[in-house]
Design a protein around this ligand. Structure first.
Ligand SMILES: [Cu+2]
Length: 183
């Protein structure tokens, strides 16, 4: 495997003026740099962020839904860089006829239920709140179309103090685990 390649590289180093720079270390360096570049590019697309005043919205995402599904959920982390608390009071989504801010909780019978947060979701001064599966989430209802993997959709978030901002949700595979978004 190795030898014909190295022989070829040696030939190159005589034939080509730049060839002499292409040592194994140089090649490794280029490979690492290329990988880092690819990672940086995909990572920045993946971990996208939005801002509304002091509120930073980190990586909104959702999951693909089966054909005919009536609801989908949206998740992200809210960071409050300000010195006063704010509240996420409402949301909209292009894909949905109605959108609410929900929380999930275990009721007295030990059953997982979800309900609308009537007063919105507080983001403490200097603190953060993460909307994630099994916890707080945006609930997209009366879906106009299925949510498809790799097809982002837009929505808005309205904060009591920071106002309204447009965000875009990345769409993950159906039912995939997605626990590593705390950035
Ligand atoms: Cu819900």
């Amino acid at each position: 495997m190795h030898h014909p390649f190295r022989a070829f590289a040696r030939t190159l180093s005589f034939a080509h003026p730049l060839g002499r720079f292409r040592s194994f270390e140089e090649r490794l360096g280029i490979a690492v740099f290329t990988l880092a570049l690819i990672f940086a590019t995909t990572h920045s697309l993946w971990a996208h962020e939005f801002k509304a005043g002091d509120i930073e919205i980190v990586h909104p995402w959702s999951r693909a839904t089966p054909e005919g599904a009536a609801v989908a959920a949206g998740y992200f982390t809210l960071k409050n860089h300000g010195s006063t608390a704010d509240r996420l009071v409402s949301a909209t989504g292009d894909i949905a006829g109605m959108t609410q801010v929900h929380e999930m909780a275990v009721d007295a019978q030990g059953v997982m239920t979800m309900k609308q947060l009537a007063d919105g979701l507080e983001i403490p001064a200097g603190g953060e709140v993460t909307l994630k599966p099994g916890s707080f989430h945006i609930m997209f209802m009366d879906l106009k179309q299925p949510v498809k993997q790799g097809q982002p959709f837009k929505g808005t978030l309205t904060f009591e103090k920071a106002g309204t901002v447009e965000v875009e949700y990345a769409v993950d595979a159906m039912g995939g685990e997605h626990d590593d978004h705390g950035e």
